[in-house]
Design a protein around this ligand. Structure first.
Ligand SMILES: Nc1ncnc2c1ncn2[C@@H]1O[C@H](COP(=O)(O)OP(=O)(O)OP(=O)(O)O)[C@@H](O)[C@H]1O
Ligand SMILES: [Mg+2]
Length: 255
């Protein structure tokens, strides 16, 4: 494959994906593509299957049918840790951080884990400039540089969401799966997170699950609408806003 061909390849391709939990068809035919450096939003009502889809892309659960390709490579049956090696990182709908450690420590640990280090040796690594300097750069990128030495337990909820993003960046990921980074944030915190994501946009390929439509329409290059586990529509924010079925299924008349 030439470099030119590789450059045009979508970062992520989902083809005909299906996943059942007993009687529930959580994923019932999803097709989706995330292009290089695209910020692609995934929206849909509660229970539409957004988190289930993210978990399948990350390799935490396996689909019953269909394919997942990262950079043209079929990863459908690949373990989660191996997908991380393909440049993939996810953040969770519910924050997962080490609460007794500082913000900087959390990012440094993610860098160390990426380098194959052992967390039990972290005490000495804390002083390691080769971890501290890149960790500080990731914290600054998410607007948390001034809170580097705060223990996570003392951070505000919005700051935890920012920190979680820094942890994902520390994995040296180039394809980010973000599951509701604005969940539980107040209006000002949400605007702050939107600004942060705006800063990351164009540098990473991002699949963003979000219910905050102001953020989605401000940030997304394209939007995929998921309803009952199926792709209903993919288009630009303007196309999505104008789409009658999308309005009926999700947006309501106020948008
Ligand atoms: N592990 C599981 N076992 C059984 N059912 C599940 C499981 N995980 C998800 N489901 C079901 O699959 C459907 C899709 O859930 P999912 O969490 O993916 O939705 P979602 O779009 O992320 O919703 P929300 O916007 O509320 O986060 C729901 O009906 C849910 O109850
Ligand atoms: Mg969800």
């Amino acid at each position: 494959m030439t470099d030119a061909t590789a450059a045009e390849l979508p970062r992520l391709v989902i083809e005909g994906l299906h996943k059942r939990f007993g009687a529930v068809a959580a994923t019932a035919g999803v097709d989706l593509e995330v292009r290089p450096r695209e910020l692609h939003a995934l929206i849909g009502p509660n229970g539409a299957g957004k988190t289930t889809l993210i978990s399948q892309i990350a390799g935490e659960i396996f689909p019953d049918q269909g394919r997942i390709l990262i950079d043209g490579r079929d990863v459908t049956r690949m373990a989660a840790y191996a997908r991380a090696g393909q440049g993939l990182a996810r953040s969770f709908q519910i924050t997962q951080l080490f609460t007794d450690f500082t913000a900087l420590d959390n990012v440094a640990m993610a860098i160390q884990a990426r380098q194959g280090g052992n967390w039990r040796c972290f005490g000495s690594a804390r002083q390691d400039r080769s971890l501290r300097e890149p960790a500080m750069a990731h914290l600054t990128a998410v607007g948390l540089g001034h809170r580097a030495d705060e223990v996570v337990a003392d951070l505000a909820h919005g700051e935890c969401r920012q920190l979680e993003l820094a942890v994902a960046l520390a994995a040296e990921a180039s394809l980010l799966l973000l599951d509701e980074p604005m969940a539980g944030l107040g209006p000002e915190e949400s605007r702050q997170m939107t600004r942060i994501l705006q800063g990351l946009k164009g540098r990473y390929a991002i699949l963003l699950v979000e219910h905050d439509m102001d953020a989605v329409f401000a940030l997304a290059d394209r939007v995929t609408v998921l309803v009952y586990g199926r792709t209903l529509f993919t288009g630009t924010p303007d196309e999505v806003r104008a789409h009658p079925e999308v309005r009926a299924a999700y947006l309501g008349d106020g948008v």
